[in-house]
Design a protein around this ligand. Sequence first.
Ligand code: SF4
Length: 327
Amino acid sequence: MKETLIDVKDLCIQFQTPGGTVKAVDNVSFDIKKGEVFALVGESGCGKSTTAMGIMQLIKEPGRIAGGSINFEGKDLLQLTRDEMTQVRGKEIGIIFQNPLDSLNPVYTIGYQMTEGLLVDKMDKKEAYKLAADMLRDVKISDVEERMKTFPHEISGGMRQRVMIGMMLCRNPKLLIADEPTTALDVTIQAGIIELMNELRKKYDSSILIITHDFGIVADIADRVGVMYAGNLIEVGEVFDIFDNPRHPYTRLLMKALPTITKEEGRLETIRGSVPNLAEERPGCGFADRCPYARDFCHHQKPELKQISEGHMCACHFAEGGLKDEQ
Ligand code: SF4
């Protein structure tokens, strides 16, 4: 069995708002093994990106990490000082965001930005330049010498995202967090970026936490997947287990909403209702108002995330006994 790289336990992230305390991430626990790709999936606002920002400790006021632990290679990231955490960011855990233009500095060249982190690590200037140029070749950028001298606005969106991936991998982090890395790109460029990430994970043996709302991307790259809903992790399992045998009603409905070329039906299924207000106290299951299988007690008793078979966990009162179709 592979060694665990990061173990997130009971992570709680809250935001104080005029409408009350929003529990954006509520007792979320998962781990990622060395060399593994773990996907966090769910609709917008379910807490996936906030979980990633919590791991990086980039939660800004009025938000705060209200509880839990994040054990990374024997140290709890939540107990580190600001300076210690600065050493972890970029060097041990790298993050790439949806829009690389927000992450790249418009007034510095690609070469400057690629080598900056390496120079902070006290690498010799020439060596840093060579490593950065080799990395650009690895992420399939052509004409590397020229590209090192260009500014971010002079290259395409797909190329910028490749540069960001290369920049993060330059410092060889043990964990790469990719937060919706392909959402801002068109479909063919998306496929290229996912293929590239697959190649690089094998070459550099990095663990990846990928955050996405797209099950197609999950199928292409992930080993295991965690489904989030309203700040909670509601199902976790091996990717093929989740696709073949989704046990939580929300996961099932998400699967039904997937377009496929073999489906005959005209309109795609939708999930009725909307995500609950996270500032309101919910004693029962967060999905109860939208769930076609809900019973009265679902509104009062919160289901725990429990193991239902090896490596497969689900938070639904009926996950173990099985759901009878559309009650
Ligand atoms: Fe639906 Fe009840 Fe399961 Fe929640 S616990 S997902 S409401 S059946």
